[in-house]
Design a binder for this molecule. Structure first.
Ligand SMILES: *Cc1c(COP(=O)(O)O)cnc(C)c1O
Length: 397
């Protein structure tokens, strides 16, 4: 990032950052749908493979459109380097595997996105990496889990679906004291509302599928870290194993970043209003929203986030039957497990994303039978409130 670019505010960086241009001087970023690149001479090919010439070689690991997306993400996050991946799970899996080897140990907060939980709990141990799951809000559990082989800490905050907020700075300090690194999955907070690097994280990962695309089109992911960490650990792992982001998807994400601040601001404002509305309804037993004063970590949320986020989780009195009646009555809000989309989406975690867990494991992370997670989209907030009022009257039965 040049000194001039550092002075720019985020919205400007997201419109102008990542400016690779062809000889045609196109205004909008070009989509380079090419697998490989041709070299003018054998000597040029030799220089490129030796790393003496920085040009592109093969789109499994380098492509101009993907590079523009990575540059724009670096500018947004304030990171030195980034690598894009085919999905959020490719980003998480690569970020963890590339830093671990047999004999190492990882500590993770138990409230993880389902597939992240699979990677930590099932996949890593198959390759000799031990894992310990902790209650992420309890700092003493992070401390107690440390072993001399501990290499990584991993967490999401706010969590899915309970929107619990963890103290990233305190957890980063515990990791660093133990000689470990902290990896933060920052999907729920979005790159705009929470800056994990400023709080001490070493690696930040995203599912770009969510708010970054934000319009339900493409899967994608990104890993951000220091130049050294990307070069030493991440780059070669991705280059050789190949979970590459398609240039088409990279272009979609790159253009979507231009409107990310507008979308996240509107969705967050709408979510805050909806949370307040739901909290007043007798059909709703409990509302979880990080910026409401009744949230258990409201003070921490206000310290480490600049907005409460675009998701609202709430417990419908009357359990599964009432929650199903409410969701089934919605006409604008769609039933889908995706999030961060322009369309508002509702999901019942206990029977979908968290179905694989035992009832005891669900209880540990607060996933009850009446719990619904609402991802607030870009519709007019008043239409969403009308839709939810329709759902509430159906919940009464
Ligand atoms: C969606 C999601 C992922 C996985 O991303 P995909 O793009 O679906 O692979 C990982 N972590 C969190 C918190 C997510 O919401």
């Amino acid at each position: 990032m040049s000194d001039d670019e550092k002075k720019l505010r985020p919205a400007t960086r997201l419109v102008h950052g990542g400016g690779l241009r062809s000889q045609f001087g196109e205004l909008s970023e070009a989509m380079f749908l090419t697998q490989s690149f041709a070299y003018p001479t054998m000597e040029a090919a030799e220089a490129r493979f030796k790393g003496e010439d920085p040009g592109f070689i093969y789109s499994r690991f380098s492509n101009p459109t993907v590079a523009m997306f990575e540059q724009r993400m670096c500018l947004l996050e304030g990171a030195e380097a980034a690598r894009a991946t085919a999905s959020g799970m490719a980003a998480v899996t690569a970020a963890l595997l590339a830093q671990l080897r047999a004999g190492d140990h990882i500590v993770a907060a138990r409230a993880l996105f389902g597939s992240c939980l699979y990677v930590v709990e099932d996949l890593l141990p198959r390759f000799g990496v031990a894992s310990t799951l902790v209650d992420g809000a309890d700092l003493s559990q992070w401390k107690a889990a440390v072993r001399k082989e501990t290499k990584l800490f991993f967490l999401e905050s706010p969590t899915n679906p309970g929107l619990e907020v963890y103290d990233i700075r305190a957890i980063a300090d515990i990791a660093h004291e133990a000689g470990a690194r902290l990896v933060v999955d920052n999907v729920f907070a979005t790159p705009l509302l929470q800056k994990p690097f400023e709080l001490g994280a070493d690696v930040v990962v995203y599912s770009a599928t969510k708010h970054i695309d934000g319009q339900g089109r493409c899967l994608g992911g990104v890993i951000l870290a220091s130049q050294a960490l990307i070069e030493e650990n991440i780059h070669n792992f991705l280059r050789q194993t190949g979970p590459a982001l398609s240039p088409f998807n990279a272009w979609t994400m790159l253009k979507a970043l231009e409107t990310l601040p507008l979308r996240v601001a509107q969705q967050t404002a709408s979510a805050a209003r909806i949370a307040d509305f739901l909290a007043e309804q007798k059909e709703i037993a409990r509302v979880l929203y990080p910026f409401r004063s009744d949230h258990p970590q409201a003070e921490l949320a206000r310290r480490q986030m600049t907005g409460g986020g675009t998701l609202v989780t709430f417990d419908v009195a009357g359990g599964k039957a009432a929650a199903f009646r409410l969701a089934n009555a919605l006409k604008i809000v769609k039933i889908s497990n995706n999030l961060g989309d322009a369309k508002s989406l509702v999901t019942h975690p206990a029977t979908t994303t968290h179905q694989r867990l035992t009832p005891e494991a669900r209880a540990l992370i607060g996933v009850g039978e009446g719990l619904l997670r609402l991802s607030v989209g870009l519709e007019d907030t008043d239409d969403l409130l009308d839709d939810l009022a329709r759902g509430l009257s159906a919940a009464r039965g």
